[in-house]
Unconditional design. Structure first.
Ligand SMILES: [Zn+2]
Ligand SMILES: [Zn+2]
Length: 268
């Protein structure tokens, strides 16, 4: 439920290559979720349908592959939206305009900078950086309804100088609880993003402790996403992630069709 293709400016993977790889792994559904980050800080411009704004062209491309592969796999129309507080209303209108099956709401920047920008980590501790990120994410998800699940809740950890080495749920419990409760209150979900697993950080995004806390607080909607920008990353670490999610108490995972969750059993 989280796959990029050459429609994203940070991927060169042809859509059909991503789909064929998923078919070869025996998958029954795949959501293509290319980036749409409006009003992005200029530091680098990796995120993008918004260079062209051609959502129609994107969806037409997906429509063609949906038909072509209909017998083998269900192709779901997704998008990964970059959330920012001032875009809240505009994003509501944007998602209402198109027939998306699934919308991921992601926070890719804070303090007006991309999380990869070293300037964010020059003059403050990693703990302060995490706090600033989580506060921004909380404000973002409260400011709009233009998403179904929140993408990689602890995305900031990917770019900290020491990555997730010193992360603990307890350090940020108050902010993380507020994020998870906002998600639940709004009838949204979160994703278990496996990129950090197959790229060697030892934990999915978010961390297992946050997935467990989400379940404790009553969270039920969870999707799996490899965040694959190339075919060999499709479905990366899904078996490990599935076990983690089951161990956190989940019995079902979700896919989305026409913006509604479909619950499927998590098999052991
Ligand atoms: Zn993302
Ligand atoms: Zn992504």
């Amino acid at each position: 439920m989280h796959v990029h293709t050459c429609f994203s400016s940070d991927s060169t993977a042809p859509v059909e290559d991503q789909i064929r790889k998923a078919i070869s792994l025996g998958m029954k559904h795949i959501a293509i979720t290319d980036h749409q980050d409006y009003d992005y800080p200029a530091w680098h411009s990796i995120y993008l349908l918004s260079d062209t704004g051609d959502t129609e062209g994107y969806l037409n491309g997906l429509r063609a592959v949906r038909e072509k592969y209909a017998e083998q796999i269900e192709v779901l129309f997704g998008i990964e939206l970059g959330l920012q507080v001032h875009l809240g209303e505009m994003l509501n209108k944007y998602v209402a305009k198109y027939p998306f099956d699934f919308v991921i709401g992601s926070t890719h920047c804070y303090d007006g900078r991309d999380t990869e920008d070293p300037a964010l980590y020059a003059d403050r501790s990693e703990e302060e950086a995490c706090r600033a990120y989580f506060q921004t994410e909380l404000d973002n998800i409260a400011a709009t309804d233009a998403y179904d699940v929140v993408g990689h809740i602890d995305f900031v950890l990917r770019d900290l100088p020491s990555k997730n080495r010193y992360f603990t749920y307890a350090k940020y419990a108050e902010l993380l609880d507020e994020i998870l409760l906002t998600v639940i209150r709004k009838g949204k979900g979160i994703e278990c993003n496996t990129k950090t697993l197959y790229r060697g950080m030892g934990q999915p995004g978010p961390d297992t402790s946050v997935l467990r806390r989400y379940r404790e607080l009553g969270g039920e909607i969870i999707t799996f996403g490899s965040d694959a920008h190339r075919p060999d990353w499709i479905g990366g670490s899904f078996e490990v992630a599935s076990k983690i999610v089951r161990d956190c108490g989940f019995r079902y995972y979700c896919i989305y069709k026409e913006r509604s969750p479909v619950f499927l059993p998590l098999e052991s």
